[in-house]
Design a protein around this ligand. Structure first.
Ligand SMILES: *Cc1c(COP(=O)(O)O)cnc(C)c1O
Length: 398
């Protein structure tokens, strides 16, 4: 299929979708390319990022944490301070504006923990779009406050009862709805995944993190960070911040997957970290690394953080891993929970459990580095949404 922009990242990515969706993907790509060249669209997007999302988000020097570790100085890019508490709204806002540009008055979205659902419901309320969010029954039970938030914002939450009743089934349902209602509906996909042009669009809307961070960091410290760390679920917050530094060969970049209960346990979401299960496959319209069994069936994943708990990783990350430009590693539930507590006590910040994986890895790196060196961590979201999880784990340990 002829696309305007490159549809692949090396051998990964592409458009593995039913024929009926190709016109919609072409329409989306064209609208995106046109909007990138349209100063009116860009002014509206940038204006709302400032006045509604609260950008630019600051960079905070984690001084007490750095002192305690006794090595490199750790800095945090504060996406937790975005409206709705995480980076996801950057992409949701961009895509909602695109939906309007295409004359579509309805968006459908998938959600696991509910964060992308809340971001989608929020921007839909702002822009007057009808919003339908598909969410697995299991996730609805686990993440009830976010269901209420979406409903208060005027969205319809549709319980998904097929399969494992979690995120991957919700994506299937959202795609099914989109196929049926493609004339009026935009599929507002929440991470750097899915068929082309989604990974490219999501990267572009999240690249604001990297663009800001590069400028802010050099202004604050007079140089670039020696190391850059972000957590990788589908891969959107990470590709957003990485994009600002990929052309700086002196910045070493790390993506952190969910190690769950440890790779050996089999209960994790480390697509790159477990070569026995993480292999190239096709899922939700894209070719990438997927956790699967011998027969190519998608494996169940586990992470204490819902946002990292997905069997596939965005296709651009697969390419960055092959080229070794980015190093991928993983952090266990336990290490993430420890990093969560440490950041709370030492810095007065409650990080999301997803972001705690990145903090935990930075805490491993810092003591081995010099005091004149620096690490920049993308703090992708705030931890308020995780309090129930954390409190019930703490209660269980007592
Ligand atoms: C959803 C989420 C993630 C994981 O998604 P990516 O697309 O990999 O960024 C990470 N952190 C937070 C706070 C999230 O809500």
């Amino acid at each position: 299929m002829k696309t305007i922009l490159p549809s692949k990242f090396g051998p990964y990515g592409g458009q593995f979708v039913p024929e009926t969706l190709i016109p919609a993907l072409m329409e989306l790509e064209k609208a995106f390319v046109d909007s990138e060249a349209d100063p009116v669209f860009q002014a509206e997007f940038n204006g709302l990022l400032a006045s509604f999302v609260g950008r630019p988000t600051p960079i905070t020097f984690a001084e007490r944490l750095s002192n305690q570790l006794g090595g490199a100085r750790i800095y945090l890019k504060r996406e937790d301070l975005c409206h709705t508490g995480a980076h996801k709204i950057n992409n949701a806002l961009g895509q909602a504006l695109l939906a309007k540009r295409m004359g579509k008055h309805r968006v459908v979205a998938e959600t696991g923990a509910g964060q992308h659902g809340v971001a989608s419901a929020t921007v839909s309320a702002l822009l007057g779009l009808e919003c339908v969010v598909y969410m697995g029954e299991v996730d609805i039970a686990r993440q009830h406050p976010n269901v209420s938030r979406m409903e208060l914002l005027g969205a319809t939450v549709v319980p998904v009862t097929s399969g494992t009743r979690t995120l991957k089934d919700s994506i299937n349902e959202a795609i099914r709805d989109w196929v049926t209602n493609v004339g009026t509906t935009h599929y507002l996909l929440g991470s750097a995944l899915g068929p082309h042009p989604y990974p490219t669009i999501v990267r572009r809307y999240q690249s604001v993190i990297g663009t800001e961070a590069r400028q802010q960091f050099t202004q604050m410290t007079g140089k670039k960070p020696e190391k850059l760390v972000a957590c990788v679920g589908g891969g959107s917050n990470s590709i957003g911040i990485f994009s600002g530094f990929l052309d700086d060969p002196d910045v070493e970049i790390f993506g952190v997957e969910a190690g769950g209960l440890g790779i050996e346990s089999g209960k994790h979401a480390a697509r790159f970290g477990d070569p026995s299960k993480g292999r190239i496959g096709v899922i939700h319209g894209t070719k990438t690394y997927v956790l699967q069994n011998e027969d190519g069936q998608i494996e169940d994943t586990h992470s204490v953080s819902a946002g990292l708990d997905y069997a596939a990783i965005g296709p651009e990350h697969a390419m960055l891993r092959d080229s070794e430009r980015v190093h991928y590693t993983n952090i266990t539930d336990e290490e993430a929970l420890q990093a969560f507590s440490t950041l709370c006590r030492l810095e007065g910040i409650l990080p999301a459990l997803e972001s705690s994986h990145a903090v935990a890895y930075a805490m491993k790196l810092a003591p081995k580095m010099g005091k004149d060196e620096t690490i920049l961590v993308n703090l992708s979201g705030r931890g308020d949404k995780d309090l129930d999880t954390i409190l019930s784990i703490q209660a269980g340990q007592q």
